[in-house]
Design a protein around this ligand. Structure first.
Ligand SMILES: C[S@@+](CC[C@H](N)C(=O)[O-])C[C@H]1O[C@@H](n2cnc3c(N)ncnc32)[C@H](O)[C@@H]1O
Ligand code: SF4
Length: 348
């Protein structure tokens, strides 16, 4: 059959392809796509300073990424997040956004969004808004320019702040994500919260995850969010709320600011039971769980035929293997990551 449709995967009425349901009855409705493994920063918890990136020829083309995303959307994905590496450094990224925005226009996709380090936002904020993006996540761990440079190695805080200004001016809702780092920004999270909420932005703090060898030990970076919460509670009134985005964050309302604060605690909290998401890398590798190594190659079936039948078969086989949960551990004896790939491969 023609590109983008399938004879195999029609539902009983024969009208539309079946939804993706995993063995634990979770419907997969959220796809995160890492569009590049490259980045203009080298954050200490994410990459080593001297990363070897994939040869460009291994990457899916923009058209292939678009076809892959459409296949997932046809199978019930309603939320798409582009990530990386840094998604806004992928050549032609706005062309891809334009292609993907047609699914918003026809109602198949409820949300098209991205996670960015903000370095290119000043340039792209209004183009994103024009393509139907409503909300974005910007990663920012500190408001101190020197610390920012030390964490990101190559980043410029002023550019990121200008990017956030541009995003808000363009009408995008911005959420700030901050990785909690022992001895680095742990004293500053209260101020980051006051700043974000003061500008109408939610803040989510993230526990550092043991992904990839980044050349220093995780135990040095690891700060349990239970400690962050205890310290914040000395300054703010934190009230547990039911707000969920389908993701791993647990939210509280901060009474003094009226804003929301999220905690992502992969190492200390099991959030897997409601997991609705899978991740695809820029080479077309599908990861069913951020915390497991099992993966499926979608590039070969994608390239093998104009029909989506081989692709759907590979996706079905993979979703049937989606594990119940992850098993992240920081190996305290060897201080090695339990997963060898970097966060920039799957994009978080
Ligand atoms: C890999 S980045 C990709 C998107 C974009 N470059 C950015 O920084 O937002 C996505 C998120 O993962 C987070 N991250 C990277 N490595 C991490 C790690 N080892 N543990 C926890 N979060 C990590 C980053 O802080 C960022 O919020
Ligand atoms: S966290 Fe994002 S900005 Fe930092 S190095 Fe990783 S991909 Fe780049």
């Amino acid at each position: 059959m023609a590109n983008g449709t399938s004879t195999l995967e029609l539902d009983r009425a024969g009208t539309k392809p079946r939804a993706l349901i995993d063995p634990f009855h979770r419907a997969i409705t959220y796809l995160r796509v890492s569009v590049t493994d490259r980045c203009d920063f080298r954050c200490v918890y994410c990459m080593s300073e001297h990363m070897t990136f994939l040869p460009k020829r291994d990457l899916l083309t923009l058209e292939e990424l678009d076809r892959l995303c459409k296949a997932f959307i046809d199978r019930g994905v309603t939320k798409l997040r582009l990530t990386g590496g840094e998604p806004l450094v992928r050549h032609g990224i706005m062309t891809l956004m334009s292609m993907l925005s047609r699914h918003l226009a026809n109602g198949a996709l409820k949300e098209l969004t991205l996670t960015t380090n903000g370095s290119q936002l000043e340039k792209y904020a209004s183009e994103l808004k024009a393509r139907g993006v409503e909300r974005i996540n910007v990663s920012l761990d500190t408001l101190d320019p020197d610390k920012f440079r030390a964490i990101t190695r190559w980043g410029d805080l002023g550019k990121v702040l200008a990017g956030i200004d541009a995003a808000q001016a363009a009408g995008l809702h911005v959420k700030i994500n901050a990785v909690a780092l022992k001895g680095v920004n742990e004293d500053e999270i209260g101020d980051l919260l006051a700043w974000a909420h003061g500008r109408g932005m939610d803040l989510t703090v993230i526990e550092v995850m043991p992904l990839g060898d980044v050349g220093n030990t995780r135990l040095d970076q690891y700060l349990p969010l239970s400690m962050v919460r205890t310290r914040l509670a000395e300054r703010y009134t934190l009230e547990d709320i039911d707000y969920r985005t389908g993701g791993p964050a647990r939210y509280v309302r901060v009474n003094e600011t009226g804003g929301r604060l999220g905690f992502i605690t992969p190492l200390t909290h099991n959030f897997c039971e409601s997991c609705n998401r899978v991740r695809v890398t820029c080479t077309g590798t599908l990861y069913m769980c951020l915390g497991q190594n099992d993966a499926a190659d979608l590039r070969a079936p994608l390239r093998s035929s104009e029909s989506n039948d081989p692709l759907y078969a590979a996706i079905d086989e993979a979703i049937a293997r989606k594990p119940k949960g992850h098993d992240f551990v920081i190996d305290r004896r060897h201080q090695r990551p339990t997963l060898s790939r970097h966060m920039s491969v799957t994009g978080g």
